[in-house]
Design a protein. Structure first.
Length: 148
């Protein structure tokens, strides 16, 4: 069965209480349940991890290569600063979709730059929690096309 890791970075553990005007009122647990439902529909397996530490996220990407077929990564602020995450994705060559709840291009200019986008299969942003099921559908399609 296809397995996809949904990896969340710094401050995403605060969803539902952090800047709800930007990120909404859904908690990370709510989003995980949405993903489980979509995964059942798509007949894929999902695993979840969240960490505030850059090194721990790098380790998760390294481990993903051994246990998962793809990664959906909401790296939070590390998107705009972490060459280490970019290099982990490039080095493991695991298909990765970059994901953001908010439309980063409608926000502060420093959020317009992504170190991850260049090594990602694609980027989904601005759809709030619905971006996660969209990313699962996109990754499932991508993996099916690369297997064919």
């Amino acid at each position: 069965m296809t397995s996809i890791l949904i990896l969340n970075g710094p401050n995403l553990n605060l969803l539902g209480t952090r800047q709800t005007e930007i990120y909404g009122s859904h908690t990370l647990a709510d989003i995980e349940e949405m993903c489980r439902s979509t995964a059942r529909e798509l007949r894929v397996s999902v695993a979840f991890a969240q960490d505030n530490a850059e090194g721990a996220l790098v380790e998760q990407i390294h481990l993903a290569r051994e246990h998962h077929d793809g990664v959906i990564l909401n790296a939070g602020a590390y998107t705009h600063s972490s060459i280490a995450l970019r290099d982990a994705i490039a080095g493991t060559e695991i298909p990765t979709i970059e994901l953001h709840l908010s439309n980063v291009f409608a926000r502060e200019t420093f959020r317009h730059e992504s170190y991850i986008a260049a090594v990602a299969v694609g980027v989904i942003c601005g759809f709030g929690p619905e971006g996660y099921p969209l990313a699962l559908r996109a990754m499932t399609l991508h993996l099916a096309q690369t297997e064919a």
